[in-house]
Design a protein around this ligand. Structure first.
Ligand code: FMN
Length: 214
């Protein structure tokens, strides 16, 4: 991975300080946290084989779009294998009825899955426990194969595994694009000297999607 000098602790420390500073100095300026550029949230209904009875849900939580793009590629890979697939932002999923398999993915922010996905999993724990469920996490730090990296990225999803211990999971390197961040997030990223880059390994994503249903 290109030089990402920042650490998770940097992200957490700076975001804590920054949020406190923003709360104090910008209490009248609500726009600081809400000025995020509009990011496409793809919704795909993929039905290639009319005889197929299995439908897979790929639901995602994304802020800057890279997780959404990964979800779309996972959906297309599954559709090429003949499955009916719905790809949706998790906020648009009202029910799990009609799905035989569920794939859930979230970006990492400040060491955690995005809150809308955590809430969805908490709310739908019983239904998800009854279905084959796979999880994917999109992040930029702790991507190495050494033990410290592995432990650190597994810590991101420990709260999720506590709710869905049976789910299989994987981790994908993501993308940092300052033009897709809110002012506050760009500020945090710059302070921790985060470097813009796209580390997504499309072959790895494609291979994972292919094997997850085999
Ligand atoms: C404000 C901010 C905080 C982040 N915190 C972390 C983190 O704690 N650990 C990590 O591995 N990546 C972190 N990242 C990197 C994102 O997980 C990565 O850019 C991901 O691809 C974003 O997904 P999205 O484009 O779907 O929002 C952070 C990025 C931003 C902008």
């Amino acid at each position: 991975m290109k030089s990402t000098k920042f650490s998770r602790r940097d992200f957490l420390k700076v975001s804590g300080l920054t949020l406190a500073g923003v709360a104090v100095t910008c209490s009248g300026l609500g726009y600081v946290a809400t000025d995020a550029p509009t990011i496409p949230n793809p919704e795909l209904t993929l039905r290639k084989d009319k005889t197929m009875t299995q439908t897979i849900l790929v639901a995602y939580a994304s802020r800057a779009g890279s997780t959404a793009e990964i979800a779309a590629v996972i959906g297309q890979t599954l559709a090429e294998r003949g499955f009916n697939v719905d790809v949706k932002p998790v906020k648009k999923v009202s029910s799990l009825a009609g799905y035989q398999t569920v794939i859930l993915g979230s970006a990492i922010r400040m060491g955690s899955w995005l809150p809308e996905m955590v809430k969805f999993i908490q709310t739908n724990q019983a239904a998800l426990t009854a279905l084959p469920t796979a999880l994917f996490t999109v992040h930029m730090l702790n991507v190495g194969e050494d033990e410290a990296s592995r432990n650190a990225r597994h810590a991101y999803t420990a709260p999720i595994r506590a709710i869905l211990p049976q789910a299989t999971e994987t981790f994908f390197s993501g993308k940092l694009d300052f033009s897709r961040l809110s002012l506050l997030d760009r500020f945090i990223a710059k302070i921790v000297k985060a470097v813009e880059s796209d580390q997504r390994d499309w072959q790895k994503i494609h291979d994972w999607a292919s094997q997850i249903v085999s």
